[in-house]
Design a protein around this ligand. Structure first.
Ligand code: HEC
Ligand code: HEC
Ligand code: HEC
Length: 111
């Protein structure tokens, strides 16, 4: 009886762990609102395709929870968060706004 419970718990934990492993890359994207410059789309897959592993970003640079870090441009330009790599050396410069920010297409209503 006790064994069955332990086995069940192990299975639950294993399943939960697997879903965490696939929470961001590969394939998942995170969208940040990012104010007037337009939203920022972070692609787990594109970063994984560049050979980055979970521990290149977690937990040193980002917590494993969307919105847990207060990411600002000031910090990015200072070489933190995305700017740890997006510094013009490891990846494109932080001045390349449009590679990260996407303005919504204007929607014309009521014509
Ligand atoms: C290039 C950097 C980078 C890599 C590599 C990376 N992540 Fe993330 N991950 C992020 C960022 C950025 C966030 C959002 C953090 C925030 O908003 O504060 C995030 C968030 C997460 C979250 C929370 C998602 C949510 O919706 O709350 C999980 C889970 C996660 N990552 C798992 C992983 C796993 C597992 C791997 C490896 C397979 C991985 N990450 C690789 C950058 C990365
Ligand atoms: C490497 C990707 C990246 C690049 C390049 C980038 N940004 Fe950002 N930007 C972000 C992220 C991520 C946030 C935080 C989004 C959030 O938390 O909602 C952000 C936030 C912002 C914000 C919201 C307020 C603030 O200051 O944090 C503004 C405004 C902004 N960016 C302007 C710019 C401008 C202008 C440029 C070009 C000179 C630029 N960004 C280049 C990723 C980038
Ligand atoms: C651990 C290093 C690292 C971190 C942290 C990181 N990136 Fe990247 N990123 C890369 C590399 C490497 C590339 C591929 C080289 C390039 O495009 O300059 C890349 C490419 C990209 C691209 C281009 C993808 C495409 O379409 O080809 C975007 C957009 C991007 N990153 C956004 C972000 C944002 C937003 C953050 C922060 C939330 C972030 N990155 C954090 C390393 C990183």
């Amino acid at each position: 009886m006790k064994k069955a419970v332990i086995l069940a718990l192990t299975l639950i934990i294993a399943v939960a762990f697997v879903s965490i492993v696939y929470a961001v890359p590969p394939g998942k994207t995170l969208t940040f609102k990012a104010g007037k410059m337009g939203k920022v789309i972070f692609s787990g897959k594109k970063h994984a395709d560049k050979g980055l592993k979970c521990n290149n970003c977690h937990p040193k640079i980002f917590k494993m929870k969307k919105g847990a870090d207060k990411i600002t441009m000031k910090d990015i330009r200072a070489g933190k968060f995305c700017g740890t790599c997006h510094n013009g050396t490891r990846a494109f410069k932080p001045t390349n706004c449009k590679k990260c920010h996407h303005k919504k297409k204007r929607v014309i209503k009521g014509c």
